[in-house]
Design a protein around this ligand. Sequence first.
Ligand code: GLY
Length: 263
Amino acid sequence: MSAGRSFNFTHAIVRIPSRSVVKGLTSVDKGMPDADRLLNEHLAYTNVLRAIGARVTVLPRLERFPDSVFVEDAALCLGGSAIVLRPGASSRYGEAGMIRPDLEKLFATVIDLPGPGFVDGGDVLASDSELFVGLSARTDANGFEALKAVAEPLGYAVRPVHTPAEILHFKTDCGLLDSKTIFSTEALADTGCFSGYRVITAPVGEEAAANLVRFNNSVLVTAGYPQTVAKLESKGYEVIVVASYEAAKLDGGLSCMSLRFSL
Ligand code: GLY
């Protein structure tokens, strides 16, 4: 296990949002996203990744898959290996097959998660040594067992955790800050699922900031959550604020819009 492998990265993959993104899945009506604004926010997000050291592969839009901008759900990248996942929403099944050829161009090893279960990448939080896999409406017990069988030989313990019913993905409510520290909503932290780790909680009222992204020395935080920024900066983290208002209307957070890895 190499220290920092969960956030020291050289590469990222993003996918340009389709025009059909306005028909993406959503659990709560937060208004229709604006496709042009989402595209602009996505471009800015991609440029931030470049600025902090990512060599970014930009995949073309997929009109058939409205949620395909949320590229994190279709694959899991662990070191030099990529696992092609099985997204759990029927409208998203095909996204895994679409990304496979792109993963083959980058990774020495590409592994298909065996069926019949389902795993969305948004339900998987990776630390240096361990995967937290949130069982959810998208990620089931069969998917968990399949991922465990694939990830353990890659050097990861695999911990089943519960995704609260009111959120879409496990990582809707948490993000990794460093090898030993997780940022989480109080509600999720209170379940005890992060035992063995230090937890910093999102300020009350700023729970939507919990889905942050640590990439090299920077922590990307969604715009609109000043107390979160102040709290993280007071603890020594270098924060970059990223606008993601339109993706949020589709339950999309900052982590959902990229795959991050080191080659
Ligand atoms: N809109 C993101 C998802 O449901 O997967």
